[in-house]
Design a protein around this ligand. Structure first.
Ligand code: NI
Ligand code: MN
Length: 225
């Protein structure tokens, strides 16, 4: 399984012969200026919520890749209104998808679409791919709801926001990693804007103190999971 980071909360997972793109926001991110979006391919695009730093390039990439887009009902409605036809609307709970079972989970945040319309509730996702369980938290504060994931899944990897201000900061993400009982954390949603700047070495050290690994691939870098 491969993980490629595109900045903010945008990344691509390649597993089971399929490509899963999450929260496309690349062209408006100066940190991701070297990413050539014209080369991005995807079978599925999963969207955690409607904020611009998660959907800015969604419509263009959905059309370019012909991917099946998966989003909460109110965001899915906005996506369809932009002329994207392959959209699966979901809500909290479990979904049976062609790639397996998807669990859509609570995220403590807000959600509105780029046109200001109601975006429903923000979400996170748990996917089972190549025998591994992967949690993407979306944008969320720390919440005791996360403890439920430790009961429901044996999480191999968790992709958590760590930049603070709008989401969990590093300290809260360490607690989240304990709540979900996951040792391999991939950090997202940091350094894109001044309020979410972090010290990467400090962040890695804080996770290490709890016997957890924080992976921070560079933008454009691909790592094996
Ligand atoms: Ni957001
Ligand atoms: Mn965000």
């Amino acid at each position: 399984m491969k993980y490629t980071y595109y900045g903010q909360s945008c990344f691509l997972i390649e597993a089971d012969g399929k490509k899963f793109l999450f929260d496309p926001f690349i062209k408006s991110n100066p940190l991701a200026k070297d990413v050539d979006t014209s080369k991005i391919e995807a079978d599925y695009i999963l969207v955690s919520h409607g904020h611009g730093d998660h959907v800015a390039d969604l419509v263009e990439l959905a059309k370019q890749t012909d991917a099946q887009v998966i989003a909460v009902v109110e965001v899915a409605k906005w996506i369809k209104e932009q002329g994207v036809e392959k959209v699966t609307d979901i809500n909290f709970g479990t979904q049976t998808m062609p790639f397996g079972k998807l669990r859509t989970v609570w995220a403590v945040h807000s959600s509105s679409n780029p046109d200001g319309s109601y975006g429903g509730n923000p979400a996170g996702f748990v996917l089972g791919l190549e025998g591994k369980q992967i949690y993407f938290a979306g944008d969320t504060a720390l919440t005791s709801e996360m403890k439920l994931l430790a009961e429901l899944h044996h999480l191999d990897y968790a992709i958590l926001p760590i930049g603070g201000h709008y989401t969990m900061d590093v300290d809260d993400a360490v607690i989240a990693a304990k709540y979900i009982n996951c040792d391999q954390i991939i950090g997202v949603h940091y350094n894109t804007f001044p309020p979410i700047s972090i010290n990467e070495e400090d962040a890695i050290a804080k996770f290490k103190r709890e016997d957890k690994t924080l992976l921070l691939p560079k933008i454009g870098e691909t790592i094996s999971l």
